[in-house]
Design a protein around this ligand. Structure first.
Ligand SMILES: Nc1ncnc2c1ncn2[C@@H]1O[C@H](COP(=O)(O)OP(=O)(O)O)[C@@H](O)[C@H]1O
Ligand SMILES: CC(=O)OP(=O)(O)O
Ligand SMILES: [Mg+2]
Length: 401
């Protein structure tokens, strides 16, 4: 029997999400999450799917290297260790691939050097991705390691959407342009939305709203991305858990000149202390909704700012696409927060958009429509599965190898 398993690693700044899949039927064998890496209170939550067994371990995990070794030990306890001959490859989420990487890529030293070169434009993400790759290589030097880039799906954007209106020579010299992120999710969800509508991806136009801790919107025409809300870095666009999204770039000059802040302080402010957490002290939408329901004005304003921005992007991408078949909500907030979906679409009936209150309140893990049966534009909740998409792309590449 040939090797048919793929381990997927999604290394974030302080967490590692992982899944082991059998690609003969795309089934999950094991999955888990290492959280709060670098703190005393780190935690691993590991599920052996076949045995329906979930284990939790709490204690300090110093860094990503230690995290991956812990993951490897958990897998070994289930007889699914990294030494298994059935493992065909390890697939890694890599956030920034610049203009270089438009496809999943087998990792070698040149690829590693390029991911490293891109650290300045993905400082929260690319370093963690690199550590994940290096540790996995040390554990299984003989296995193909594949990078699947968040930016790849967006490389089809036309220049009119990908360029900033700044001096062309300066932009080119420093590779300043809009790259976009969460691409594996936008790709997966736009295809799954077409399937939900009973159509081929080539035949539908979809606006995908990926609302997690990081959040981005994309306009997908016939399966190809034509615009997305994140830019040079994952800071542009929507209001996020801790990131500001769009604002006048002159805010930065003002904070530096008048506020006396350093560039690094402003960077931290906009990436880590802004968005929902900056507006109301909480970045978890569950907590914000609970506070809104209790009449908390600060949480209500944060919610309203979040929705206002989201609605602007729905309108903008409607105009970019001309005709829209569906809007798909996905990721932690998009899949779970019915109040966000309702508020984002409220008042857009003239665009053919509406949400059915009863359908919107239903919870579930399957893709589903929440618009009224006669709606001109369908509104959908489509759970994303970045790990499955990474595994599929990894296996497709390694199969050809
Ligand atoms: N039941 C829920 N209701 C509302 N929001 C939720 C719920 N569950 C999760 N979320 C939101 O989803 C966010 C995490 O989304 P996720 O896609 O997992 O983010 P990331 O991959 O960026 O860590 C949380 O911060 C929280 O705001
Ligand atoms: C690119 C990005 O914002 O990723 P995440 O949502 O995982 O932080
Ligand atoms: Mg995410």
């Amino acid at each position: 029997m040939s090797a048919s398993r793929v381990l997927v690693l999604n290394s974030g700044s302080s967490s590692v999400k992982y899944q082991l899949l059998d690609m003969r039927d795309s089934s999950r064998l094991a999955m888990g999450l290492v959280e709060r890496i670098g703190e005393q209170s780190s935690r691993i939550r590991h599920t052996h799917v076949g045995n329906d067994d979930t284990r939790e371990w709490n204690g300090p995990i110093a860094d990503h290297d230690a995290a991956l070794k812990a993951v490897s030990e958990e897998l070994a306890k289930d007889g699914l260790g990294l030494d298994s001959p059935e493992l065909a490859a390890i697939g890694h989420r890599v956030v920034h691939g610049g203009k270089t990487f438009t496809q999943p890529t087998v990792i070698d030293e040149t690829v590693l050097a390029e991911i490293e070169r891109l650290i300045p434009v993905a400082p929260l993400h690319n370093p963690a991705n690199l550590t994940g790759i290096r540790t996995a290589q040390a554990l299984r030097p003989d296995l193909p390691q594949v990078a699947v880039f968040d930016t790849a799906f967006h490389t089809t954007m036309p220049e009119s959407a990908a360029r900033y209106a700044i001096d062309v020579r300066t932009a080119d010299e420093h590779r300043v342009r809009r790259y976009g992120f969460h691409g594996t999710s936008h790709a997966y969800v736009s295809r799954a939305t077409a399937k939900l509508l009973g159509k081929a991806p080539e035949d539908v136009n979809v606006i995908v709203l990926h609302l997690g801790n990081g959040a981005s919107a994309s306009a997908v025409r016939g399966g190809r991305c034509v615009d997305t809300s994140m830019g040079l870095t994952p800071l542009e666009g929507l209001v996020m858990g801790t990131r500001s999204g769009d604002m006048d770039p002159a805010v930065i000059f003002h904070l530096a000149r008048v506020g006396g802040m350093s560039i690094d302080e402003i960077d931290t402010l906009l990436n880590k202390k802004s968005g929902l957490v900056g507006l109301c002290g909480d970045n978890d939408m569950r907590e914000i909704r609970r506070r809104v329901d209790e009449g908390d004005e600060e949480a209500k304003l944060a919610f309203d700012i979040y929705i206002h921005r989201l609605k602007k992007y729905i309108g903008a991408y409607y105009a970019v696409l001309g005709t829209v078949d569906a809007i798909a909500f996905t990721a932690g907030v998009g899949e779970n927060a019915a109040a966000v979906r309702e508020a984002a679409v409220a008042g857009l009936e003239t665009l053919g958009l509406a949400v059915d209150g009863t359908l919107n309140a239903v919870r579930g893990d399957e893709p589903r429509l929440i618009s009224p049966a006669d709606a001109r534009v369908k509104v959908a909740v489509v759970p994303t599965d970045e790990e499955l998409e990474i595994a599929t792309q990894t296996y497709a590449l390694v199969g050809r190898y």
